[in-house]
Design a protein around this ligand. Sequence first.
Ligand code: Z5A
Length: 306
Amino acid sequence: MPSRTQPPSNAPAPASPTAESAAKPAAKRSAKAGSAKAKAKAEPASAKAATSATAKSAKAAPMTAKTAGTAAAKPATKPASRPAAKPVPPGRFITLEGGEGAGKSTQLRRLLARLQAAGIDAVGTREPGGSTGAEIMRHLILSGAAKPLGPLAEATLFAAARADHLDATIRPALARGAWVVCDRFADSTRVYQGALGNVDPRLIAALEEVTVGETRPDLTLILDLPAEEGLARAAARSGRDADRFESEGLAFHRALREAFRALATSEPERCVLIDASFEAEAVEEAIWQAVSTRLKLPAPRRRRRS
Ligand code: Z5A
């Protein structure tokens, strides 16, 4: 049985509406991609800074040795000792999955706000997209231009976009100790192109091995909702034409739900099935329960006494 988290009926409201709106850069479509792009652009700069800092300390080493020689002649001078660099705690990787209109983007914003309020460096991103190259591929895939080529070609395109997203955004963020929350990831390929598109599971697994490798999610939250409800929510929100996948029929979306539920059952140590039929506040609370239980949240920072 999948691990299923039921939102409590008396779930409290979001921690702070201000915090939520502060996290809105992660908003669907434009803003979220923008934030991910900005992060992706920012990463090379910080990586450069880190490299040049290392180079500087390497250059300083011979000088220190020389000084140490001088210090031996004058024992009164104590060699300066540097504090050891603190090890960077590992980042955490959380993915949100589920059918159309299940509330993934809404809950991504809320989870980001909660993590940030807990003092965690948290980055929100999405698939397809989340990096400059992958956003270009998003437009290509969701326009339906690749649909005539079939699910195998689409799976390959999603994998190529994912490779860029991982290299430009996800891995650099995890490496600096940030928590990454991603709206859809490799499970969507397994379900849409694998389970529903009938692409050979060995090929899906091989693509995942090459692109994702070791960067597997620590926790996957599968938002579960009857297909009719998800489609109704999406239709109520919509101010645009249905994309490549939204335009599939009800039977497709029902099968999608079953495939996500089967995935949750098959990997209970990684996946938590969240009942997404409740109001957004209650779903947020259920997600927070799952995150706090499954992943170790850092202890709250102590205030320094002045
Ligand atoms: N795809 C694939 O085939 N293979 C892959 O490998 C990958 C993706 C990575 C991307 O679409 C498509 O690509 C997707 C799968 C495929 N296809 N579809 N369909 P997308 O990114 O444009 O859209 P999406 O991922 O499907 O998400 P969505 O339609 O935007 O829905 P959502 O993010 O889950 O829901 P939402 O935007 O947060 O909420 C929808 C509406 O419901 C909105 O008005 C909310 O205010 C409202 N809402 C949210 N929560 C609630 C609650 N709890 N109660 C009531 N109303 C709510």
